[in-house]
Design a protein around this ligand. Structure first.
Ligand code: KG4
Ligand code: ZN
Length: 351
């Protein structure tokens, strides 16, 4: 058996400065410094503000990750860094920092795909919880603020994109609904909390892509339907009441999930998948987890999702685990001078 490596992993792909220490599949520390409060007033992430904030925070986040893991630099055996996809100015900070650390401590660098990190988050072990043994082929459902993708995996490390959103990502749809209801950013957590108290049958929003024959999804039509519904409820009046917001959120969440589930059922049938893996920021959604778990039970499939909420949204723990899974498959470190940010990195692009 390969000796488990102690890896210091960095992710600065968007608006979280995150550094983790992992050992094999184990996440020893996973520090996330969120920039949300700075971007909030702009209603979304401002790339150059993100870069400056990553620059300010990265050193203290690294120190904290090391001390929370109870380790020193001399214990670390490798570095892992997200090279893409993500915001170019934000990625640059993590990439450049990994090169400096590599030179200072003589450590190899593993360049990691952020999306492969989200898939690997399902395998991350925290505390004594056992890591699931995947059964192949697996379907990875990646739902975040920037992605909604169905990835077919005949084995780990082989990825076939079989469907994706044609426009907005699921997390983005949550964020936009939240904005329309003046509930703040990022909206997933807020809207799903509202939905818990609401009645999904009061309104009748459309289920996205219900009748389309392919494996793609679309959320922009639903977003427009929500906008029109808000206008019609408001009429000449002021804002929506709390009850109206709760019912609308419940209906939105229900149809947004149903659109996704229709495609997942179709993929299960057509591709005979044996495992469903849920990853990305929206995998923090308890209701979506429940629906996928019961769908999996019904179809005799294995269902896996990240072990805790920190591993759902952007974090470096998943990058350390992705590096470990890749090393087990034979991945070699990248020569430090060649490690570079790749904002538009795609599935199966060489890195
Ligand atoms: O993976 P992530 O942290 O960043 C991206 O790479 O996009 O995902 C962030 C997204 C946001 O759109 C946020 O609203 C959504 O995940 N999100 C949720 C929940 N928690 C975060 N959406 C639905 N329900 C949640 N509980
Ligand atoms: Zn992400």
């Amino acid at each position: 058996m390969t000796k488990e490596l102690k890896i210091l992993a960095i992710d600065t792909s968007c608006d979280d400065t995150s550094v983790a220490v992992t050992c094999g599949y184990n996440v020893l520390s996973n520090v996330i410094s969120s920039q949300i409060r700075y971007h909030k007033k702009f209603g979304g992430v401002v790339p150059f503000l993100a870069k400056r904030l990553h620059q300010e925070k990265i050193d203290s986040v690294i120190e904290l990750a090391l001390s929370r893991a109870g380790l020193k630099w001399s214990d670390i055996e490798a570095l892992a860094v997200t090279v893409g996809p993500g915001l170019a100015p934000a990625l640059e900070i993590g990439v450049e920092k990994s090169k400096l650390l590599s030179a200072e401590f003589g450590l190899p660098i593993y360049a990691i795909n952020h999306m492969e990190g989200h898939i690997s988050s399902c395998l991350a072990q925290v505390g004594k919880k056992n890591r699931p043994e995947l059964i192949y082929p697996a379907l990875s459902v990646l739902v975040s603020g920037g992605h909604t993708e169905f990835i077919y995996m005949p084995e780990f490390g082989k990825y076939e994109l079989i469907g994706a959103t044609l426009d907005d990502a699921l997390g983005e749809a949550y964020d936009k609904v939240s904005k329309m209801l003046n509930l703040g950013y990022p909206g997933g957590k807020i809207v799903s909390k509202m939905a818990l108290e609401g009645d999904p049958s009061v309104y009748e929003l459309p289920i996205p892509m219900r009748y389309s024959k392919d494996y793609n999804i679309s959320y922009s039509g639903l977003k427009n339907a929500v906008r029109l519904l808000i206008e019609s409820i408001k009429g000449d009046g002021d804002n929506l009441t709390l009850r109206e917001m709760q019912d609308l959120s419940a209906n939105f969440e229900n149809v947004a999930h149903e659109g996704l589930l229709i495609k997942i059922r179709k993929i299960i049938r057509d591709f005979e998948v044996r495992t469903i893996m849920l990853g990305g920021g929206v995998s923090a959604n308890v209701s979506l987890r429940k629906k996928l778990r019961s769908l999996s039970i019904k179809n005799d499939l294995l269902f896996v999702c990240p072990a805790n909420l920190k591993l759902c949204t952007d974090n470096a723990g998943m990058i350390g685990v992705a590096a470990w899974v890749a090393i087990l498959r034979g991945k070699k470190p990248t020569v430090a001078s060649l490690v570079d940010r790749k904002p538009g990195l795609d599935w199966n692009d060489e890195i």
